[in-house]
Design a protein around this ligand. Structure first.
Ligand code: LMR
Length: 328
C-alpha cells in the first residue's frame, strides 16, 4: 500500500513538473503610442513571429496607448517583473544612464540615415549595454523619426517660441533646449499631451510626424514647423533577470524574432513619417510651415549651446562618435 502511494505521488510529481514546464512564458510588451505607428506595428509583428515560432512556449501580449504603464513607470515595473519588454524613447532613460542623452542633442544628426549609422556603429551597439548596471538589457534600436515643433501660433524663428510653454519628455537636455529659446519646458507623460494642448494648458510640443498624426495633436495645434531639430527613437529593453532566466534556445528564438520585427519597424518608419506628414497637410487642420535655410540656421544657433552644457555628462568622445555618423 505504501509502495502504491509512493508510486502515485511520483506520477503526480512528474505530471506536475511537466505541467509547469508546459506553461507558456508570457512577455508583456508595454508602450505608449498608437498601433498605427512604427513602434505599434513592430510590437504586433514581434508578437506574431514569436507565437508562430515558439508555439505554446512563449506568448506576447502587447499593451499600446499607455494602457498598462506610462513610460515614466514602465522601467520600474520591468525591474519588478510586472512587464517584460518596452521600447521607451531614448529621452526617457536619464535616471538609468546619462550616455543616451547624446541622442537628445539638438541638430546633432543630419538625417535618419545618420542616426541609423550611429546606432549600428560599435559605439552605438555598446550603448545597448549602458543600462546593464541597473538591471536592464538593451536589445536593439527602433526608429520613429525626426521631431517637429508645433504650437498654437506660428513658429518661424526661435524668438517666436519665447515665453511659450512646451511639453517635453523627461530629459534635462530637452529642458535645456527649450530654455535656450527662453521658452518654458514642462515634463509631462505622453498620455497627457493631447488634453494639455486642447485645453491650452500648454502652447506647444515637439513630436515626430507619426506621433502627431496618430494622437491627433494636429487637430489641437494649428501650426507645425518642420524643424527636424532632433530625433525620437527607441531602445527595446528587457530586464536582465527575465532575459537571463530564459533557456538559451528560447532566448535565441525570441531575439531573432525581435531583430526581424525591429528591422520591419525601421524599414517602415520613413514611409510612415512621410505618409503621416501628408495626411496632416491633407486634413487642413494644421499648417505645416517649411522654414528657409537662414531661419533654420537661427534655430541651430539658438539651441546648439546645449551641446557644451552636457558635454561632460554625456562624454565628448561619444558626441564626437555620433557626429562622425553624419559623414556617411
Ligand atoms: C513621447 O513621450 O513623446 C514619446 O516618447 C512617445 C513615444 O513613445 O513615441
Amino acid at each position: 500500500m505504501r509502495l502504491l502511494t509512493a508510486a502515485v505521488a511520483t506520477v503526480a510529481m512528474t505530471l506536475g513538473a511537466q505541467f509547469a514546464a508546459a506553461a507558456p512564458i508570457e512577455i508583456k510588451f508595454s508602450h505608449v503610442v498608437a498601433e498605427n505607428t512604427p513602434k505599434g506595428k513592430m510590437a504586433v509583428r514581434f508578437k506574431e513571429l514569436v507565437e508562430e515560432r515558439l508555439d505554446g512556449k512563449v506568448t506576447v501580449s502587447v499593451f499600446p496607448n499607455s494602457q498598462l504603464f506610462g513610460d515614466n513607470k514602465v522601467l520600474e515595473a520591468m525591474l519588478l517583473g510586472d512587464v517584460q519588454m518596452a521600447a521607451p524613447s531614448l529621452s526617457k532613460f536619464q535616471k538609468y544612464t546619462t550616455q543616451l542623452q547624446v541622442f537628445d542633442l539638438p541638430f546633432l544628426f543630419k538625417d535618419m540615415a545618420a542616426v541609423d549609422r550611429f546606432q549600428q556603429s560599435e559605439t552605438g551597439q555598446e550603448l545597448l549595454n549602458s543600462l546593464r548596471k541597473k538591471g536592464l538589457v538593451g536589445l536593439g534600436y527602433l526608429h520613429n523619426g525626426m521631431k517637429q515643433m508645433s504650437a498654437n501660433t506660428p513658429l518661424r524663428v526661435p524668438a517666436d517660441a519665447a515665453g511659450k510653454k512646451f511639453r517635453i519628455m523627461t530629459s534635462d537636455v530637452l529642458q535645456a533646449q527649450f530654455e535656450e529659446l527662453d521658452a518654458v519646458p514642462l515634463k509631462k507623460p505622453f498620455s497627457e499631451v493631447f488634453t494639455l494642448l486642447q485645453t491650452k494648458a500648454i502652447d506647444g510640443a515637439e513630436n515626430p510626424w507619426s506621433n502627431i498624426y496618430s494622437k491627433k495633436f494636429h487637430e489641437v495645434q494649428p501650426y507645425i514647423t518642420e524643424t527636424n531639430h532632433g530625433v525620437l527613437d527607441y531602445m527595446v529593453v528587457t530586464s536582465a533577470e527575465f532575459w537571463n532566466g530564459l533557456d538559451d534556445d528560447v532566448r535565441a528564438e525570441v531575439k531573432k524574432a525581435l531583430d526581424e520585427a525591429i528591422a520591419y519597424g525601421n524599414q517602415i518608419s520613413g514611409e510612415q513619417a512621410a505618409a503621416d506628414r501628408q495626411a496632416i497637410i491633407d486634413s487642413g487642420r494644421s499648417e505645416v510651415i517649411e522654414i528657409t535655410e537662414a531661419e533654420r540656421q537661427q534655430w541651430v544657433d539658438a539651441m546648439k549651446p546645449v551641446w557644451k552644457q552636457f558635454e561632460d555628462e554625456i562624454g565628448a568622445d561619444l558626441i564626437e562618435a555620433a557626429l562622425k555618423a553624419n559623414e556617411g
